[in-house]
Ligand binder design. Structure first.
Ligand SMILES: [Fe+2]
Ligand SMILES: [Fe+2]
Length: 431
């Protein structure tokens, strides 16, 4: 069924503003509609009179609520989903309203099934910014109520409504997912560099948005997925560059029952920490000598960044393709299956380099890894970084978030890794 959307209201302003009988009384909602505008905005939508006593406190309005004024105009007095305030309703009527009208909720809803919606975090909705997609609230009866339409502005009042109701997840239509994820990806970097946002908020957003992006990109793996993952990889680096890195363990809150997507995101964060660590050491003359070994293999280019981060985000792609197979099969076959899948899509230089790292991410420098028992000399440096980041993340999980025990375990099996990379990890995360 087509969604019926009221068009944007006419805001009472300029000369008319002086005629607003509720000026200064009705708080933030001063959207006064002319009769004809009101009719246009609500055409095709059945209006019902509301009995004030039917509003019970603690409930929220199921649609925008309009007051019919004595002059025949309409005033939008409550936004849909705001909490009922009896006192305010009565005050409006006392001051000069005739009746309270309500757009019938059923007509404003989209009658789609549950499968048509996907949850998103509300953190990325910037107050004052246009929303690129329709937003829906999931009600207790599992119906979806439209909260905002695409191209409307997400206002401070909307934000207040969500926070007062402790809503941190809102829904969008599946068909608009791509539009939303492009929008989200373009906003993440700005969110991370904004000093007003706390480190915890930044981490929550990276985890929420990052795992969602990764899951969507991987579940239907196409060439477009690589582009989406690449965008995410830039956000991972932006996150790492805009937080106090020593707090990363607390911020990521690594735990045992995390999904493969969250694990992969964490691995990419550690890989990014190591890459940035190498660059930082290069810039300090006292530390330069420790990273000399990487001079040839790692240059400070976009390509190095893209290959390392995309590969770390996709390193366990093969596991998602082998679900249903025995644990042993998954463990031994996933690097190869993942690498092949990436090459299936394209054999561009980027895909080839990413596939190489994916294939080698379970190898160890001492030749005890799999599938090829490669030794360090035969592993690329980027593969060595992902191998360490992956092992380290698994160790933290294993030790129930205790990163000190995790790094101890790494140091106890030092021969499996490039010792300079371990030093960079320790320097960055434990200084
Ligand atoms: Fe793996
Ligand atoms: Fe892994």
């Amino acid at each position: 069924m087509e969604v019926n959307k009221p068009k944007a209201s006419v805001v009472f302003q300029g000369e008319d503003r002086a005629n607003d009988p509720f000026d200064g009384v009705h708080g933030n909602y001063r959207e006064l509609l002319q009769n004809e505008d009101f009719e246009e905005a609500t055409s095709g939508i059945e209006m019902v009179d509301i009995n004030i006593d039917d509003f019970s406190e603690a409930n929220e309005f199921s649609s925008d609520v309009y007051l019919k004024l004595k002059n025949g105009k309409f005033l939008k007095i409550f936004l849909q989903a705001s909490v009922v305030d009896q006192q305010r309703v009565k005050k409006y009527v006392e001051i000069g309203g005739e009746k309270i009208f309500c757009i019938r909720c059923e007509d404003y809803l989209a009658f789609y099934g549950h499968d048509h919606y996907v949850p998103i975090s509300v953190t990325l909705l910037d107050v004052g910014a246009l929303i690129p997609v329709d937003l829906f609230l999931k009600r207790e009866n599992n119906e979806y109520q439209q909260f905002l339409s695409a191209s409307q502005i997400f206002s401070a009042e909307h934000s207040d409504i969500l926070s007062s109701r402790k809503i941190d997840t809102i829904h969008i239509l599946k068909s608009e997912e791509k539009v939303y994820f492009d929008y989200a990806a373009s906003r993440l970097s700005g969110f991370f560099s904004n000093k007003k946002n706390s480190e915890k908020q930044k981490a929550d957003l990276l985890i929420n948005s990052g795992t969602q992006t990764l899951e969507k990109s991987i579940s239907v793996f196409t060439n477009e997925s690589i582009g989406q993952v690449n965008k995410l990889s830039e956000n991972v680096t932006s996150f790492v560059n805009n937080i106090e890195v020593t707090k990363i363990h607390d911020l990521l809150n690594i735990h045992q029952d995390e999904t493969i997507y969250q694990h992969s995101l964490n691995v990419s964060v550690f890989a990014s920490v190591m890459l940035e660590g190498i660059f930082e050491c290069r810039r300090k003359s006292s530390l330069k000598k420790y990273v000399k070994i990487f001079d040839k293999a790692i240059d400070e280019t976009q390509e190095t960044h893209d290959v390392l981060l995309v590969a770390s985000l996709l390193h366990d792609l093969g596991k998602t393709l082998l679900s249903g197979e025995s644990d042993m099969n998954v463990i031994f076959k996933h690097p190869d299956v993942g690498a092949k899948k990436i090459l299936e899509i394209s054999d561009s230089p980027l895909h080839q380099k990413v596939a190489e790292v994916v294939l080698q991410h379970e190898e160890f420098a001492d030749g005890t890894g799999h599938p090829c028992r490669l030794k360090r000399a035969n592993m690329s440096i980027l593969s060595q970084i992902v191998s360490l980041a992956n092992y380290y993340e698994n160790c933290i999980q294993k030790h129930k978030g205790d990163n000190n025990k995790a790094i101890e375990e790494i140091q106890n099996c030092e021969s499996r890794f490039n010792k300079y990379l371990i030093a960079i990890l320790v320097l960055a995360l434990y200084k």
